[in-house]
Design a protein around this ligand. Structure first.
Ligand SMILES: [Zn+2]
Ligand SMILES: [Zn+2]
Length: 221
């Protein structure tokens, strides 16, 4: 498609570039260096597919709704959320457990259904986020302090323990304590019994000891 994109100009060229970038995360029509020089550039065209998806909800007026449709919507949300937190974040970005080659393909395919681009692109950007987390260079939310939040942990299947995750990203669990709801961790633990995945990275004792020293958790009686 490179030839077609280069052979036309103006809005049509922009549209073709946008379509190509939807399938090829690494494609940069103006060259990689030009993209690096503008890391904060906002590409409205890339947002259009998502805008259309949201606008599609208006179609409810014509097609109506059912409890089955609601159940399917919730199920798809949880499955895709699991694909993102369990596999894009905890596996492809941080390698917190191991799996087979076929497992890698299956997990990448599941994560892909959440339409957050490919596993390798996601992991690269996410590692960049962790590298500069809590600083102004953070690609996601600069200088903001991350928090632990139970409600967000419920909605995101465990990602709400985000301050923990920033503290130690190499652990398979993001809720560090048994009272911190982390359903993705429970599911990963169950998957490890099937040997689909293995070698879940534990939380090191030194991190718990550090939290106790800083009075971030109650001392054991
Ligand atoms: Zn992460
Ligand atoms: Zn983060």
């Amino acid at each position: 498609m490179t030839g077609e994109v280069r052979g036309v100009s103006g809005p049509i060229r922009h549209a073709l570039v946008t379509v190509r970038q939807s399938f090829d995360s690494d494609y940069c029509s103006e060259g990689a260096q030009a993209v690096r020089e503008h890391p904060d550039r906002f590409e409205f065209r890339r947002c259009l597919p998502f805008l259309f998806i949201y606008l599609g909800c208006i179609g409810l007026v014509w097609v109506g709704w059912s409890w089955t449709a609601v159940a399917v919507a919730f199920a798809l949300y949880w499955i895709r959320m699991f694909g993102i937190t369990a596999f894009y974040d905890r596996y492809f970005s941080h390698r917190t457990f191991r799996t087979s080659r076929s497992g890698q393909f299956a997990f990448a395919a599941l994560g892909n259904t959440a339409v957050q681009r490919g596993a390798l692109w996601w992991a690269a950007v996410h590692r960049h986020h962790h590298k500069d987390a809590e600083t102004e260079h953070d690609v996601h939310s600069p200088g903001d302090d991350s928090r632990n939040n139970f409600l967000l942990a419920v909605v995101t299947l465990g990602e709400g323990w985000h301050n923990h995750h920033h503290r130690f990203m190499r652990a398979a669990r993001q809720g560090f304590y048994c009272w911190e709801f982390d359903p993705t961790w429970y599911a990963l633990k169950a998957l490890s019994w099937t040997e689909l995945i293995r070698d879940l990275n534990p939380m090191p004792e030194r991190v718990y000891a550090e939290a106790e020293a800083q009075h971030l958790r109650p001392q054991a009686a």
